[in-house]
Design a binder for this molecule. Structure first.
Ligand code: NDP
Length: 338
């Protein structure tokens, strides 16, 4: 099994007398900053001057612009979106790094695709939570923690792994388990999961039921609006993929195990498609296409988002949410500004 580290493998004393700079006070940044402070670590925050900056001040942190925070940190955690990271790193973060600092990323993307030129006299590690930001905080407060993937990408001090583990302990991750990985593995697994097409699979299943004459409400409740699927996803995580079948009737088990099983031929074809997805990620085709998309104003992205949001299923979803007295998500924030 892949090597895993827990609380007893990590020493917070390695952060004693050091300052951790959290660059970016968003989903991950806020939760990790609060957890580290609660673990007794000295934390400063770097953010652009906006609502997140004010929130960090209100949370009681010393807050600076990105460069000011990078300058003050012995450990600098880059918790900004992967797509803006390369430019912000050159402009604001790299000038503040000093001999022996530790740079931490929460994702392997810019490391695997070599988008950051980090000086050789800096330690570089990845501590990538397998948890959304709100969960990082809530699980810390509940004493449970959350798993992460860890890798050392540059070991200048000879202590990079021990220091990264101290950081992982500070954010609460060694309570649950920190698994030795690599930037490549984290990137490929993360992107692969996103590229599997779950949204479109659900939409296709919805379309088929409605085309067969059943009501949009029944279809939507069946697939996700009831929240039953969310409960089942929890059961997958905490009981096991097949063991959670005990929560289902024998009829349901038969349908899932037998009728729903793809034929060997379907399985081979789908696996071949998915291997193609991995090759596109691993070989850089996806990253190049995404970079071009961003440089040209996101035309395909905008089209796909518009198509998704204007699909008849979403109008039905909105009506059903209203009937359930549930606020619908804000579509306006999904379209990037022109
Ligand atoms: P967010 O989208 O929440 O953004 C984080 C911060 O980046 C915000 O404070 C935001 O500032 C700032 N920011 C965004 N754009 C700019 C810009 N152009 N200039 C300056 N600051 C900017 O990021 P996440 O927390 O989701 O992701 C951070 C890292 O964590 C990424 O590497 C991601 O891959 C990784 N990660 C994320 C997970 C998640 O669940 N979200 C899970 C595991 C890893 P403001 O708020 O002021 O706009």
């Amino acid at each position: 099994m892949t090597k895993a580290f827990f609380d007893s493998d990590a020493d917070l004393a390695l952060l004693a007398g050091r300052t951790v700079s959290i660059i970016g006070y968003g989903n991950q940044g806020r939760s990790q900053a609060l957890n580290l402070r609660d673990s007794g670590v000295t934390v400063v925050v770097g953010n652009q001057r906006d609502a997140s900056f004010d929130r960090a001040v209100a949370d009681g942190f010393d807050v600076y612009d990105l460069g000011g925070a990078a300058d003050r940190g012995d450990v600098v955690a880059l918790l900004i979106p992967d797509e803006v990271m390369p430019a912000l790193f050159v402009e604001s973060v790299a000038p503040g790094l000093r001999d022996g600092d530790l740079l931490i990323l929460a994702s392997g993307y810019n490391l695997f695709y070599e988008c950051l030129k980090v000086p050789a006299n800096i330690d570089v590690a990845m501590v990538a939570p397998r948890m959304i930001g709100t969960g990082v905080r809530e699980l810390f407060l509940s004493g449970k923690g959350f798993p992460s993937l860890l890798s050392v990408e540059q070991d200048y001090s000879g202590q990079a792994q021990a220091r990264a583990l101290a950081f992982a302990k500070g954010i609460g991750s060694t309570r649950a388990g920190v698994f030795l990985s690599s930037a490549e593995e984290e990137t490929v697994c993360d992107l692969f999961n996103e590229h599997c097409g779950y949204i479109y699979e659900l939409r296709r299943a919805y379309e088929v039921l409605v085309e067969a004459g059943y009501s949009p409400e029944a279809a939507l409740l069946e697939f996700y609006v009831s929240g039953e699927e969310a409960e089942l996803a929890r059961a997958h995580a905490f009981m096991g993929l097949f063991h959670q079948l005990t929560l289902h009737s024998r009829t349901s088990q038969y349908g899932q195990l037998v009728t729903g099983k793809p034929t060997a031929e379907q399985d081979r074809a789908e696996k071949a498609r998915l291997h193609g997805v991995i090759e596109s990620i691993r070989g850089g085709t996806f990253a190049k296409a995404w970079a071009t998309e961003q440089q040209t104003g996101l035309p395909t992205f905008r089209r796909a988002m518009r198509e998704g949001l204007t699909h008849p299923m979403i109008a039905e979803e909105r009506k059903l949410f209203a009937a359930l007295g549930r606020p619908h998500g804000d579509a306006a924030v999904l379209q990037p500004p022109e």
